[in-house]
Write a protein that binds this ligand. Sequence first.
Ligand code: CP
Length: 329
Amino acid sequence: MKNFVSVHDVTNIDKLVNQALAYKADPFKDKSLGAGKRIGCLFLNPSMRTRLSTQIAAQNLGMEAIVFNVGSEGWQLEFEEEAIMSGSTVEHVKDAAPIFGKYFDILAIRTFPSLKNRDDDYSELYLKQFIKYAGIPVVSLESATLHPLQSLTDIVTITETSRHQINTNNTLPKGNKKPKIVLSWAPHVKPLPQCVANSFSQWINAWGMADFIITHPEDYELSEEFTIGATISHDQDKALEGADFVYVKNWSTFSDYGKIYESDPNWMLTNKKLERTNNAKVMHCLPVRRNVELSDEVLDGKHSIVTLEASNRVWAAQAVIAEILRTNG
Ligand code: CP
């Protein structure tokens, strides 16, 4: 694996999932793999889980992890080629990224979308410029359109908790049904990126081990680039029937980009709605707005596996960093 920015960088999802679970069982089994190596974690936007889990993962492999909050503490970067830098930007990425490439062995970057211009955000210019100019492997810590470390974690968590006994060779034992996974839109007070929902859809579709349904109000369609293969429903109650996992997430509109059309509180998951499911486990990437996106009763109840999910971020990051170290020497 050269870079880790989407599911397309992964040749075998289940191998990576198994590696993550192996690190969970024995965190320090490769404690010398990254000895003498350094990972730079660049944050253009805030983070708690991604920042801490990536640092812990790197340290478990014997690497030094250095965090740089570029967005709040660094020079304002320019990303456009041939820009006349007479405005607010101070340093071009084509000058900064090669320096990161000299300081670090792996560069990990978080860069959110603007939600103002869909073409710009979906071009992933910032991430691509870092890949182009850093000259070292790049890991996405969430980009304008995707959050692959979160999605790998989510599949690790589903595999770990699934009652459907997914075999380690990516097959189901004879007679076993695929788990039913529902990605359910939730209300929010702010327009949020589509990254987590796009990425979850992309990974679950590529994994192929689930009966996958996405439910959202009309006009909240995600890009087909990521959802193709999933069933789309505007009827949340129907979608929830028999679900084994419900992944709750808000996203803003994709077509009329970055808007909130409605924030109908009836879309918030409750224990009453969960009665329709197969005693479903409830997931959310966090942070979550309580009693807006998800009710207290669900988050604090027996269905919620959000803390387990967040704790698994370490093992997913460790599996990815280890794979990059092995591939790139
Ligand atoms: N889920 C997630 O990426 O959390 P943070 O934004 O806190 O890193």
